[in-house]
Structure formats: C-alpha cells, structure tokens
Write a protein of this length. Structure first.
Length: 183
C-alpha cells in the first residue's frame, strides 16, 4: 500500500506544485511577530528579587522541618531515659547475649544449618524487640512493656545457653535435630 502512494506521488509531483505562496505572506507574518525587548536593569532586578524570595522561603521551610525533627528526636530520647533502669538492663542483657554468641560462633561453625537457624531465631526476637521499643515510643511505657523487653532478652539468653550446652555435650559434632531450637 505504501508503494502505491509513493508511486502516485512521484508520478504526479508537478500537479502538487501548481500553487506558490503569495510573496507578501512573509511580510504579514513578520508584522505579527513582536520585537524582542532588551533586558533592562529593572527586569533583571525583578527576577533576582523573585529568586531571592524563593531561596529564602525554601531555606526557612527546611530549617523549620529540621528543627521539628530534632525536637522530636530529643523528646523521644528524653522519654526513653525517663524509664528507670531500662538502659542499664538493656546494656546488661546485650552484654550477656554477645558473650554467649561469641562462645557459640567457633563451636557451631561446622554446622551451617544450626547457625542459620540461630540467626533466624535471633532475628525474630529482634523484630519483637523493635515492636516493643515502638510501644515505648507510643506512650505505652508501662511496666508490662518493660518486662516484655526483659523477657525477650531472657529468652535469647536461654536459647543460647541451651544450644551451647547441647553443642558442648556432643563434643564438636553437628547436632541432628534442626527444629529443636526453633521459637
């Protein structure tokens, strides 16, 4: 189909060019075009003032947002430090968990499925811990949430101690029950 149209156009080219535009058409078009204004000092100063106002407004908004976020973080930190003994308990239990993990790493390095399962269990407990910390931030800083955080640490430690005693009793051999330590 394209070939027919193309052939028709090439064969009838002279018939398409029978009309030439009026030579006065360009003078009419040129009369409708506005001449360019030269940029004077007044126009340059107006544009510079607009740019300065936009910059100052965006800077002010950025500062307000930054101060608002910082005040929220400071208030959040003050709220968490008002809970008596929580930071000390977290430091204590984190130290115990890290100590048990350091004891376990060389022992279970030859048993990859056990190491993977331990990492999975610890990540599950860490996500529960993150949820509990969010509860503290949401003005739910009551004794039950604090006890749940401490219980979470105790559960971690009991899993690690149980695994450590079982691995030591097998004298370095890989354990055979993969689901024994799951939560």
């Amino acid at each position: 189909m394209d070939d027919k149209i193309e052939r028709f156009i090439t064969e009838n080219r002279d018939e398409f060019d029978f009309r030439d535009p009026d030579p006065g058409i360009w003078t009419i078009i040129e009369s409708h075009i506005r001449p360019r204004r030269k940029a004077g000092w007044r126009l340059i100063l107006q544009r510079a003032a607009i740019v300065a106002v936009i910059f100052a407004a965006s800077y002010a908004v950025n500062e307000m947002v930054h101060r608002y976020r910082n005040s929220d973080l400071r208030a959040l930190n003050r709220k968490e430090t008002r809970i008596p003994g929580l930071q000390e308990a977290e430091a204590y239990y984190n130290g115990l968990v890290n100590q048990k993990m350091d004891e376990l790493r060389p022992i279970i390095s030859n048993c990859p499925w056990l190491e993977d399962e331990l990492k999975f269990d610890m990540s599950e407990l860490d996500s529960v811990y993150a949820d509990l910390k969010n509860d503290l931030r949401d003005d739910m800083a009551n004794q039950a949430v604090i006890e749940a955080i401490i219980d979470n640490y105790r559960l971690k430690i009991s899993i690690l101690e149980s695994l450590l005693s079982d691995v030591r009793s097998h004298e370095g051999e890989c354990l055979t029950e993969p689901s024994h330590y799951a939560l």
